[in-house]
Write a protein that binds this ligand. Sequence first.
Ligand code: NAG
Ligand code: NAG
Ligand code: NAG
Ligand code: NAG
Ligand code: NAG
Ligand code: NAG
Ligand code: NAG
Ligand code: NAG
Ligand code: NAG
Ligand code: NAG
Ligand code: NAG
Ligand code: CU
Length: 675
Amino acid sequence: MKLDWRVAVFLLGTARARDMSELEALYREGLTPDTAIIDGAEVATLSQPLPQGREINRASWTANCTTVTSGHNCSQAFDGDSKTYWQSASSGNSQNITIDLGTQNYAVSGLTVVPRQDEATALIEQHQIFLSVDNKTWDQVAYGTWWPDQSQKLSAFQPRKARYVRLTAPATNGIAIADIRVYESEFIAPDATLGAWGPTIDFPLVPVSGAVDASSGEVVAWSSWGYKIFTGGKGGKTQTATWNGKAKSVTRRSVTNTQHDMFCTGISMDVDGKFVVTGGNDGSQTSIYNTTVRDWFKGGSLYEFRGYQASTILSDGRIFLIGGSFQGGVGAKNGEVYDTKTEKWSKLDNALSSAMLTQDQRTYRQDNHGWIFGWTNGSAFQAGPSVQMNWYGTSGNGTTAPAGNRTGDADAMCGNAVMYDQGKILTFGGSPWYETSEATNNAAIITIDKVNQSASVLPNAGGGMNYKRTFHSSVVLPDGSVFVHGGQVVGLPFNESQAQMTPELFIPDTNAANGGTWVKQQKNSVVRVYHSISLLLQDGTVFTGGGGLCGDCDANHFDGQIYTPAYLLKPDGSLRDRPNIKTVTSGPVKPGGSVEVTTDGPVDSQASIIRYSSNTHTVDTDQRRIAVQLNQSGENKYTFNIPAEPGIALPGYYMLFVLKDGTPSHSVNVKVAAA
Ligand SMILES: *[C@@H]1O[C@H](CO)[C@@H](O)[C@H](O)[C@H]1NC(C)=O
Ligand SMILES: *[C@@H]1O[C@H](CO)[C@@H](O)[C@H](O)[C@H]1NC(C)=O
Ligand SMILES: *[C@@H]1O[C@H](CO)[C@@H](O)[C@H](O)[C@H]1NC(C)=O
Ligand SMILES: *[C@@H]1O[C@H](CO)[C@@H](O)[C@H](O)[C@H]1NC(C)=O
Ligand SMILES: *[C@@H]1O[C@H](CO)[C@@H](O)[C@H](O)[C@H]1NC(C)=O
Ligand SMILES: *[C@@H]1O[C@H](CO)[C@@H](O)[C@H](O)[C@H]1NC(C)=O
Ligand SMILES: *[C@@H]1O[C@H](CO)[C@@H](O)[C@H](O)[C@H]1NC(C)=O
Ligand SMILES: *[C@@H]1O[C@H](CO)[C@@H](O)[C@H](O)[C@H]1NC(C)=O
Ligand SMILES: *[C@@H]1O[C@H](CO)[C@@H](O)[C@H](O)[C@H]1NC(C)=O
Ligand SMILES: *[C@@H]1O[C@H](CO)[C@@H](O)[C@H](O)[C@H]1NC(C)=O
Ligand SMILES: *[C@@H]1O[C@H](CO)[C@@H](O)[C@H](O)[C@H]1NC(C)=O
Ligand SMILES: [Cu+2]
């Protein structure tokens, strides 16, 4: 339902007046009507951008459906009358509609579906979409779960040439379609050397936050109290969805037991891989996702109300957080630290948020989204987004010490920072102000060593990114390169102008004067800007998704996509053979401990462990890659050591990848225990 802005302003105004500008931001995009007349019926609108390109004329379509109920034949799904509909029988495993678009192939980029409008029945939730050029070989381009209501549904995917389009859904209650449209766009020629996009995974919410469950490999994603909006709620609950890539399923769930609207939170994974989610719309709550039982539990309360703070696990397994003036008043959002055993937060009044402020004109934005990295002796290094960097100590009441400036850069709010190897942090993009200021393509490599020492900065890393970006996201890959996707030139929440559609890869090179190179990757066809995320998956591919959560705004993206990096592809686009890990030492390993791995053949001497990721609002303080040297101890048998320094090998779950000629294996878990 449309949020009446006067009510919203009143509600927010009483509690936290500064959130007005978040609503102003909604206005820039312009509120679109709740409903539209589509072929004679009033239909709840999408609140999401149409697939790129244009609608394919339906005049010469023909279609077949697996079953029809009396009076509701297949062609009524595209007869230009949304009061009429095709409805299947409610029997069989699944029901299909297969459309012949005509006599030629189109670069098909997506489709929209209007459910039956006269009655909320035979709604499509789970679905799969296939394309074919010959009506024989079918490629799955999308699947997932739509929110179960009568509003228009959409699936957007990487354009692929096709003449036949098939939508499949389980037949439990039958499926009904009042209107189906298919879109074509510019064809993006496949080029395996640039990686590949697809399939799309449709979600019943905007995945603004997400984390990878180390025990199952599932992506747990969430939005806010609403599946497409974060303002105007009373809080106290969160819409979540879990994607299981092996089962190809997306399941949805409303989490109410922690009384926590987990929008604009901090996220950190603890030593057991549990997600510790703090603050946000309910500013002092902690919710904890236990991956063993796949359920949420309530944790201890924060001292300060916070939103947009950042948190990180520390070398001793505690969790540190700082900043977050987006909720609960501006300023003095000093550190707090969480003991996962007692489940209590303690104040660190001398870990000063005042040291990490940007010069944003909006003061509640100055301490948002810190780039913080757990390091030695329970310290945390703050690499940005402020141009000045800091060290935070977490014993006693905490300490603060300057670490120098990120030379060659300015305040870089909503930029990214990734520890791609031990003590090496790549920073890139961002803009001086959270919004309305132009982003940069700046990149730097920051090297940290001793606590309280100035960090060493290599400005202009790789000559800078190919594109200016803010609101982008990134993941470090097993080979040490960093994949960067999305973002826009001027940060405008919920306005998709000047979006960057071409991702790029930073390839580090310790012999190069500027530390490496930036290489453009395969262009995407779905915009990923404000509120989008990226996560590294266990099979070495990347999940990117989300963007939006702005109600009736036309910038919502209820989906994610898989990006397969070039290192997994043969020139013809098929998957390369990859090395396999057969066994790995079981049980937790302490820092300095040795791990034994057996493989199904010889592998490269360098392998890597990458900590599991969580991501929201450009912040992923969980991910970190540690390159490890394999020492051969027999045929297809290797050992390597976890770094002895617990500040480098932060406790928690890591994905171990071995590589063969640069192609990574599927990962196997290695748990680093707290020292
Ligand atoms: C989005 O931002 C651009 C650039 O400022 C502006 O021209 C455009 O009008 C905005 N779009 C909407 C819908 O507000
Ligand atoms: C539907 O089935 C009829 C009869 O078998 C066939 O002539 C037609 O080509 C089919 N159309 C599609 C889209 O498969
Ligand atoms: C489908 O039903 C409509 C409405 O009864 C009818 O006009 C149309 O001819 C039917 N189409 C086919 C292919 O049977
Ligand atoms: C429906 O489509 C799926 C996917 O292409 C296919 O496996 C299945 O056989 C189809 N069902 C029928 C009844 O044609
Ligand atoms: C597509 O193939 C099915 C059999 O798998 C057939 O029934 C149908 O008529 C074909 N459609 C067209 C348009 O050739
Ligand atoms: C997860 O929850 C179960 C049930 O409460 C508990 O037994 C288990 O110890 C928890 N796991 C972790 C890692 O905390
Ligand atoms: C920091 O930890 C190392 C071991 O990791 C220890 O040798 C050293 O004494 C500690 N330094 C301080 C200042 O506590
Ligand atoms: C922490 O600060 C409190 C309040 O100022 C003070 O009483 C206490 O002694 C301090 N603790 C340490 C370890 O410095
Ligand atoms: C770092 O500097 C702060 C501020 O000067 C100081 O309080 C703290 O003891 C120092 N920490 C270490 C490990 O030297
Ligand atoms: C570091 O940056 C801050 C904030 O812009 C500035 O005030 C300070 O002068 C800079 N310090 C150096 C040494 O450049
Ligand atoms: C590698 O293995 C050999 C033989 O097992 C051993 O002597 C050597 O110390 C190992 N080197 C490292 C770096 O672990
Ligand atoms: Cu936000």
